[in-house]
Write a protein that binds this ligand. Structure first.
Ligand code: NAD
Length: 340
């Protein structure tokens, strides 16, 4: 702590107020599917919280928003314990921060596995809602939201209405058990039409496709969910039994053969320069994609390295989300109250 750093006592009031504010905004966003501020504003407050904690680690408590996966379980749904914990993602907001993350990860890997070459799995950061699908011997037996990462909400009946999520997987020798993680979203082409029908029905339109997806999936009545144009792409795997795979991209190949929806947009890249190109290209064509994105996710592809790098209480150390600068339109839509 440098001599210019205000003492912790001076920052405590700001810190406590900020932590409360972040919790309140998270509740509105995750539990009510009705954000009170823009994502850019939320990210700004969250960053300030991290900044104060970096100056004064003694302020950090176990229930600080920075130590938790943000999302509670609403009493409206039955709670579901995930077999393996679900995490959030570390965010970076500039290419300098991204490069620092890449170099740090390369340094860690050089210590863990000298001589190993990292393959970077690059994906679009889909602006939707995370789900956890449990398949046993190829049958979908349960679906849950991420919740606080340990416990999610049972949304099985709603997920069964989504056409792109198979109830039964194709193929033989299917794993005895596996948790498939993915993002449920509303394709861009369907979002405007959905909002038109909301307005025609005398309801408030959704603020953005993310809230529309979350609100549509977290319905008490699956028939309402069934009428919403929901889709999903797989972006991870949790607990598994009877599945022997060495990397995430290899897993995606298998999941695709079994009928699960993998994204057409992911790439496995060898160098940071290629990652930068992927970011630039998708940033430029952001609105030509089939769904909304709020960034790019970069992952270490190899599972042995993922395991060795591990996780913090909130995020994996083998993955990062690069967030594109916010767009004007988000702030314009803010005043609209979200209807679920
Ligand atoms: P996050 O959304 O930034 O990142 C983690 C999530 O990204 C994962 O759980 C997963 O669901 C999703 N994801 C999408 N594509 C993925 C991919 N290819 N691979 C892996 N994961 C992928 O983290 P978060 O903790 O859920 O939420 C933070 C975000 O939510 C921030 O962007 C923040 O702005 C927003 N937020 C906004 C408000 C608000 O009031 N506006 C409140 C809370 C959170």
């Amino acid at each position: 702590v440098s001599t210019d750093t205000p003492p912790a006592g001076d920052l405590r009031e700001e810190y406590d107020a900020l932590a409360d504010q972040v919790r309140r905004y998270r509740f509105a966003y995750y539990n009510e599917d009705s954000p009170l501020v823009s994502d850019a504003e939320f990210d700004r407050l969250y960053r300030r919280l991290e900044e104060i904690e970096a100056l004064h680690p003694e302020l950090v408590t176990n229930d600080s928003p920075t130590q938790e996966v943000g999302g509670e379980v609403s009493a409206a749904f039955a709670p579901v314990e995930h077999l393996q914990r679900m995490y959030s993602l570390e965010d970076v907001f500039s290419l300098d921060e991204l490069e620092a993350w890449v170099r740090k990860t390369e340094g860690s890997v050089a210590n863990i596995a000298p001589g190993a070459r990292i393959k970077w799995l690059t994906e679009l950061k889909i602006d939707g809602l995370a789900v956890n699908l449990l398949y046993r011997n190829g049958e979908l037996v349960r679906a849950a939201t991420r919740g606080d990462g340990t416990t999610g909400e049972d949304i099985t009946h709603n997920v069964l209405t989504i056409a792109s999520i198979p109830r039964t997987l194709k193929g033989e020798n299917l794993p005895a058990e596996m948790e498939i993680r993915g993002e449920v979203f509303i394709p861009s082409k369907d979002f405007a039409h959905l909002n038109e029908t909301m307005v025609e029905a005398g309801k408030a339109p959704f603020a953005n496709p993310r809230n529309a997806a979350a609100g549509s999936l977290r319905q008490k009545d699956p028939e309402v969910t069934a009428r919403r144009p929901l889709s999903m792409y797989v972006h991870g795997i949790g607990a598994r039994e009877g599945l022997d795979v060495a990397s995430q991209s290899e897993t995606y190949d298998l999941l695709q053969q079994w009928g699960l929806p993998t994204s057409p947009y992911y790439k496995v890249l060898d160098t940071y320069e290629e990652v930068l190109k992927y970011i630039a290209e998708n940033g430029e064509h952001r609105h030509d994609l089939s769904h909304e994105i709020d960034g790019i996710v970069i992952k270490v592809d190899d599972f042995a390295l993922q395991r060795a790098l591990g996780n913090t209480s909130r995020v994996p150390r083998w993955s990062v989300a690069y967030k594109y600068p916010p767009e004007e339109v988000n702030t314009k839509l803010l005043d609209i109250r979200v209807n679920v």
